[in-house]
Design a protein around this ligand. Structure first.
Ligand SMILES: NC(=O)c1ccc[n+]([C@@H]2O[C@H](COP(=O)([O-])OP(=O)(O)OC[C@H]3O[C@@H](n4cnc5c(N)ncnc54)[C@H](O)[C@@H]3O)[C@@H](O)[C@H]2O)c1
Length: 354
């Protein structure tokens, strides 16, 4: 029997397709804005500059200081530049770090954000923000920070290095995986999760074979959109808690950490989330378990599979287990510190889950 559920749709507009960046001006018109501040990382300044040139007088210039985890000082500086230059909108071109900076501006000023994602992290679809102050990342959820318009143009992702493409894609898959067994799950997000995983699993090998394969890039970006939407509906569990711990307190790289940790959390949760695991294995196209399928997708496409490879020391696992169990997220399988420590040990070693 179909169970009762709540489904809350989120008000964002998605423009998808190869070459869709060509619709940027029309999308600014649709938002009713005149002058956009362009946000990027230093590495992607050239992409923001090209956009600024194209926008001419509608550009309020480029702010290229986006970095991982949105330091409060950077957010304040960007807000000030937006004010001084009379921007009535911000365009974030980049991955989760740049879109996170856009969200920090929107949180304070209410400026509408137009996001042009160039990774598969999925932040553009969520009202979740994170700002780091005095070494601590504060996260929250606010409808104001949800980008109003998202332009997904697969052509812009062709420059994303293969290893980051694979790990960022598996980062997206992790959102869908935890969405599949979320207590807040519903039939619509479950459909999105399965289709998102399928599209990413189909796209990543093609990207590895040819990073400019626009079909494969399109499939992965479409999957990233769906998985980001699943994340926006809540349902982060043990996997996300561990990744937030490892990224926030041990400075491990975001997408790679998600890639390494996912198979071991799936393996741990499997007996308590059998339907979700079956759906995930089918979406991955593996005859094996979801955990083994996730590991194969990473390993088969040259991604790291162990925390050891990411530079973590075995001794640090103790502190990671302490932090991850302090304020645990809901999880389908009840857990204690020993269980979390065992999952971390497995992720440290990186063997294929049986
Ligand atoms: N709030 C949310 O809902 C949410 C969701 C997912 C991730 N995040 C946050 O996003 C951050 C991670 O984002 P990310 O994994 O997208 O990485 P990122 O934004 O930090 O990008 C990683 C690097 O790749 C470069 N890059 C991005 N796209 C490129 C492209 N197409 N070509 C060449 N280089 C490119 C960037 O300039 C950067 O140097 C974390 O801080 C994470 O917490 C937030």
């Amino acid at each position: 029997m179909l169970q009762s559920f709540v489904y809350q749709s989120l008000p964002s507009r998605v423009v998808f397709g190869a070459g869709s960046l060509g619709q940027l001006e029309a999308e600014l018109d649709a938002l009713g804005v005149q002058r956009a501040l362009l946000l990027s990382t230093p590495q992607q300044r050239h992409a923001a500059e090209a956009m600024a040139q194209r926008l001419g007088t509608r550009s309020a210039g480029v702010f290229d200081r986006a970095v991982m985890h949105v330091p409060i000082e950077t957010a304040r500086a960007a807000r000030q530049v937006a004010r001084e230059r009379g921007a009535d909108c911000a365009i974030a071109i980049g991955g989760g770090s740049t879109i996170g900076l856009g969200k920090a501006i929107a949180l304070d000023s209410g400026l509408p954000i137009l996001a042009v994602p160039t990774t598969y992290a999925g932040s553009e679809m969520t009202p979740i923000y994170g700002i780091t102050e005095d070494g601590e990342k504060r996260t929250g959820s606010d409808a104001k920070v949800l980008p109003r318009t998202v332009i997904y143009d697969p052509e812009l992702t062709c420059s994303l290095p293969v290893e980051l493409s694979v790990t960022s894609g598996i980062n997206a898959i992790a959102h869908a995986a935890e969405g599949l067994y979320a207590a807040s799950g519903n039939p619509v997000t479950r459909l999105m999760a399965q289709e998102g995983i399928r599209a990413l699993a189909a796209g990543l090998p093609g990207i590895r074979a040819n990073p400019h394969d626009i079909e494969a890039r399109g499939s992965a970006l479409y999957g990233a959109w769906l998985c980001g939407t699943v994340l926006a509906h809540g349902g982060m569990a043990l996997h996300h808690k561990l990744c937030h711990t490892l990224g926030g307190s041990f400075n491990l790289p975001h997408a790679q950490t998600h890639t390494v940790v996912l198979p071991y959390v799936l393996s741990f949760n499997a007996p308590f989330a059998e339907d979700a695991m079956r759906d995930m294995a089918r979406a991955l196209g593996t005859p094996d378990s979801a955990a083994a399928g996730a590991w194969d997708l990473a390993h088969g496409n040259g991604a790291p599979t162990s925390l050891r490879e990411l530079g973590m020391s075995e001794a640090e696992l103790e502190r990671a287990a302490d932090i991850a169990t302090q304020r645990p997220y809901w999880n389908p399988r009840p857990l204690d510190r020993a269980a979390v420590r065992a999952v971390l040990q497995a992720a440290y070693e990186g063997a294929r889950p049986s």
